[in-house]
Design a binder for this molecule. Sequence first.
Ligand SMILES: Nc1ncnc2c1ncn2[C@@H]1O[C@H](COP(=O)(O)OP(=O)(O)OP(=O)(O)O)[C@@H](O)[C@H]1O
Length: 369
Amino acid sequence: MTGSHTPEHPAAVTAAGTPRRATQGAPGEDIIVFDHVSRVFATGGREVTAVDDVSLSVRRGEVFGVIGFSGAGKSTLIRMINGLEKPTSGTVTVLGEQVSHLSEARLRPLRTRIGMVFQQFNLLTSRTVAGNVEYALATAGWPRGDRKARVAELLEFVGLADKARHYPEQLSGGQKQRVGIARALAAEPEILLADEATSALDPSTTQEVLTVLRRVNEELGVTIVAITHEMEVIRSIADRVAVMDTGRVVESGKVYDLFSRPAHSADAASFVATALKDRPTAEEVARIRERTAGRLVMVSLKDAAAVSGVLGTAAQRGVGFEIVHGGMSATKDSAYGLLTVALTGEPAAVEAFVADLAGAGDVQEVQHP
Ligand SMILES: Nc1ncnc2c1ncn2[C@@H]1O[C@H](COP(=O)(O)OP(=O)(O)OP(=O)(O)O)[C@@H](O)[C@H]1O
């Protein structure tokens, strides 16, 4: 550990551009734990269950993604981490404190250990870039004399040292979000919450911001919880992911496993298929069926060489195959892919061929629409 988290006694400022690491405690320990958490809103005489019996935990040092369609409950979930929202039932424990049951006074010191970035940046338009970051330091109780150097190193870290005197309206969306990140990091939080941090940005700017977020995690050791409806965000930066649908976590695990697995729970399947576009839609399956009577299977490309090895034996075994859908893509750490193939030939030969494919990757039959 190289940093101090007591605002009254900030540690000595390091060389510009290298804000201190936020890591305290053991990497990998659970620092956010949702235990059977529900949040019900009563509006206009009817109840909406925004979060429905969610249990999950986030480990120190990881990037945890929460993905789902609009209205799935992601914002409500993330807002319970810093106590902006309270559960109706269940408990939320963050950095060893039961946030769900803390008073506002007790929440305040905990919140300085949790930074947040927002979709619409939420910068103060009347303050300069430096002023925005400094304001966060002042709010967190940093002594005036220490703020200037801290602002400088943060702006250096997000690549905006030359924009210190600019006003938010003079910046691009990506630059505004980088100020948002600098501000969120100001008081050396251990956790950064990113609420649709790139949803207001175009694809190239999205990458720019994701790169900064990845550095925040890797270089500063800050644990990140990112909620998003964009699979690209999960793919680029997350280690683990939870898929939410109508308040429930319908699937969770390592990003690579989720992306490379052909079979999903019924609720997660439609989301994953839509977001990844890695498997044919029902309409596409119908079109494929019009031109081939073959047996359709999806096979994961966890070991692409093994799959292509099996495909290479098709002709000699009297099995015809056609790749009708699929391709490769990359997560933070590895490549993955899913191929849909149409297989023709004697049923017994096709059956034996499918068994061999299953030895090379996970296989799932494509159902008739
Ligand atoms: N303060 C509130 N009062 C009433 N209903 C709410 C409130 N906040 C959220 N909801 C409802 O809870 C459900 C989940 O909303 P939430 O904003 O958490 O989802 P989300 O996945 O973040 O979606 P979005 O990306 O559109 O914000 C929605 O049906 C929403 O209308």
